[in-house]
Ligand binder design. Structure first.
Ligand code: HEM
Length: 398
């Protein structure tokens, strides 16, 4: 049978609205195969979860994308594409910097960054909630944690966008120009490393350069991979959590009014934003053994796509999953993954989101999204721009 696969990773329909496709997959082909690209797709919560609980069978070491140019995925020599035991050793090096307690200490500075950005546009009565706020906000925070000069954050955002939006099928003609921004970013980071080697500071880059695993310093490519991963994973995802939240609240003004009046409800609402519109719709693993899975012959070396965004809308797991309800009591969702590779930055993302939403709702509670909202071109679910109008000067900080 030569029917079209239900899950076509780069199709415009999927990028525009993946949820009807996800539902069809869950109902009709929960374990589905893509013959051309030779990978399986799991779309139900329970199936995705069992894979995340078996990191040795479902390996991350050969990349976590399907059909993506390997030249791109090789840029990351970092935890997200490592298996235990190396993964455990490397992750231990940075875990301490990201514990909920350490992250909570950042709150005053995160608040300063958020209010400074809002102050820059509040008198105008209009802004791009992504370009002027959701994008620069987490970039500044992570750049400061790493110890990269904040003046360069615009450049980081452009380069990290270039990397994240690099999705192309393996048989497309390679274009070396697309690698250029990433190579420039690597060169730039190498300069920062040289400076920190000479004069270490209290930042993550200095800590990574000094760190040892079994008496061995990390290689240059490991330090670069880690710094790049933190920059990119820390920016793109949080930007899109914020953008999705702004759009969802605009579409549900009653829920927005409730949150503006009672910001203490924001942490639960953020879990609903993450569940309902997961910024990372799915990531892949590679099978390390032949195995029969629910009657399907999975072969060693094949990729398996784990659709977090679909698992989070699975009616077998969540009641009325297509209803957006910020008063829902949060339950386990997979927007941050699960198990070995559970998002290192989850506490930071939650802190940034809480402060970001709180400040926007305090300063411009009745914002209106204008024509011209633009979805991301790549695989991260969210918006590239959200032109917005609001009452100028309302609640500007003194
Ligand atoms: C809303 C924001 C975020 C979302 C939705 C998100 C999502 C995810 C997901 C789904 C994974 C699992 C990867 C996998 O299953 O292979 C992950 C891992 C990771 N995230 Fe996040 N992330 C967010 C924010 C952040 C931030 C702020 C940082 C950095 C400071 C960060 C750093 C990482 C790292 C380093 C990993 C790899 C962990 C490992 O492999 O052990 N993330 N993230």
């Amino acid at each position: 049978m030569d029917s079209k696969p239900l899950y076509e990773p780069f199709s415009p329909e999927l990028l525009a609205d993946p949820y009807p496709i996800y539902k069809k997959l869950r109902d009709e082909a929960p374990v589905s195969y893509h013959p051309k690209l030779d990978f399986w797709t799991l779309s139900r919560f329970a199936d995705v979860m069992q894979a995340l609980q078996k990191p040795r069978l479902y390996s991350s070491a050969q990349g976590i994308a399907v059909g993506m140019d390997t030249q791109m995925t090789n840029v990351f020599d970092a935890v997200i594409t490592m298996d235990p035991p190396r993964h455990t050793q490397m992750r231990t090096l940075v875990n301490r910097a990201f514990t909920p307690r350490r992250i909570a200490e950042l709150a005053p500075r995160v608040l300063e960054v958020a209010t400074a950005l809002i102050d820059d546009f509040i008198e105008k009565g209009s802004c791009d909630l992504v370009g002027d706020f959701a994008a620069p906000f987490p970039t500044i925070v992570i750049a400061e944690l790493l110890g990269v000069p904040t003046e360069d954050q615009k450049m980081f955002k452009e380069k990290s966008n270039a990397l994240v939006n690099q999705q192309r099928l393996p048989d497309e003609v390679p274009d070396p120009a697309r690698m250029a921004p990433i190579l420039e970013l690597v060169q730039y980071l190498n300069k920062v490393f040289d400076e920190r080697r000479k004069q270490p500071r209290e930042d993550l880059i200095s800590a990574l350069l000094a760190a040892e695993v079994d008496g061995q310093k990390l290689t240059q490519s490991e330090v670069t991979g880690f710094a790049l991963l933190l920059l990119i994973a820390g920016n793109e995802t949080t930007t899109n959590l914020l953008g999705n939240g702004f759009q969802l609240m605009h579409e549900h003004p009653d829920q927005r009014a409730r949150l503006a009046a009672a910001p203490a409800a924001l942490p639960d609402a953020i879990e609903e934003f993450l569940r309902y519109e997961s910024p990372v719709p799915g990531l892949a693993r590679t099978l390390t053994e032949d195995v029969d899975y629910r009657g399907h012959a999975f072969r060693s070396g094949q990729k398996v796509m784990l659709l977090y965004g679909s698992a989070n809308r699975d009616e077998r797991q969540f009641e009325a999953p297509d209803v957006f309800d910020t008063s829902r009591k949060p339950t386990q969702h997979l927007a941050f993954g699960f198990g070995t590779h559970f998002c290192l930055g989850a506490s930071l993302a939650r802190l940034e989101a809480r402060i970001g939403f709180e400040q926007v709702l305090a300063h411009m509670p009745e914002y209106t999204l204008l024509e011209g909202a633009e979805r991301n071109a790549g695989g991260i679910r969210g918006f590239a721009q959200l032109p917005t109008a609001f009452k100028a000067g309302a609640g500007a900080t003194e």
